[in-house]
Design a protein around this ligand. Structure first.
Ligand SMILES: [Zn+2]
Length: 238
């Protein structure tokens, strides 16, 4: 194989490497992971909000429950005074009975408020549970996709390593000057193919057919003479 033909193989390696790098940097699974990450973070924020609502309700509920206990104690004390036999007048008894009734009314109000709070908490607690479950499912999915991404990445890395090894052996088989020429041609061609084979009458870089005159020029050139595709400027290897 002529040295120029080796450059064509080098180009094949570089094209493959660039495809592999592009694939590695644009895995749809990685994009999906980012979307899941966002969903998890949104769901967690909602959960924190619900959690604080629930904790506020519970705090208020506890406060009311303490009030019920203190009202019950007050009623018990008044009952003791009423039936303890220490009363001196019917007026005193009447006042105590009025007080008991008033405390009982307050107790009823507070107990109703506790029930209202429990009813208010119920749907919030349900949302909290379903939110937690949703996060769990998202995290499972994230785990699964992360595993898949690692697998794909290591497959691509292995292939990259293989191509890089092949490239290194190609580079070591030609002169440094030729590699410099290849590098310059690569820069000159931008992102396009810099060296290609002539397949029949077609340029392997731009896939255009060459004229009979150009073909003749290329075919009659020395093996190590550099010929360019007149259409795209790529070096053409016979
Ligand atoms: Zn061409």
């Amino acid at each position: 194989m002529g040295d120029l033909a080796i450059l064509a193989d080098l180009q094949t390696c570089d094209t493959r490497l660039s495809q592999l790098r592009h694939r590695l940097g644009n895995l749809p699974e990685v994009r999906e992971l980012a979307a899941i990450e966002e969903d998890v973070s949104d769901a967690k924020e909602k959960l924190t909000h619900l959690e604080s609502e629930i904790s506020q309700i519970k705090k208020e509920q506890k406060r009311l429950e303490h009030e019920v206990i203190s009202l019950e104690t007050k009623i018990a004390k008044s009952n003791d005074a009423l039936y303890g036999g220490g009363l001196t007048s019917p007026k005193e008894a009447e006042a105590l009975q009025d007080e008991i009734k008033s405390v009982q009314r307050r107790q009823t109000i507070v107990e109703d408020q506790i029930i209202e709070l429990m009813e208010k908490e119920e749907p919030i607690a349900l949302s909290f549970t379903s939110g937690s479950n949703a996060i769990e499912r998202l995290e499972e999915r994230r785990e699964e996709i992360s595993g898949r991404v690692l697998g794909i990445q290591s497959e691509i890395e292995a292939e990259k390593f293989e191509v890089e090894t092949e490239r290194a052996s190609l580079v070591s088989s030609v002169t440094a000057d030729l590699i410099t020429l290849y590098d310059k041609q690569t820069v000159r061609m931008g992102g396009n193919i810099a060296v290609a084979r002539l397949t029949g009458t077609t340029c392997g870089a731009c896939f255009l057919d060459l004229s009979a005159l150009d073909l003749d020029k290329i075919r009659s050139a020395d093996e190590n003479e550099i010929t360019e595709c007149p259409e795209c400027g790529a070096f053409l290897v016979k």
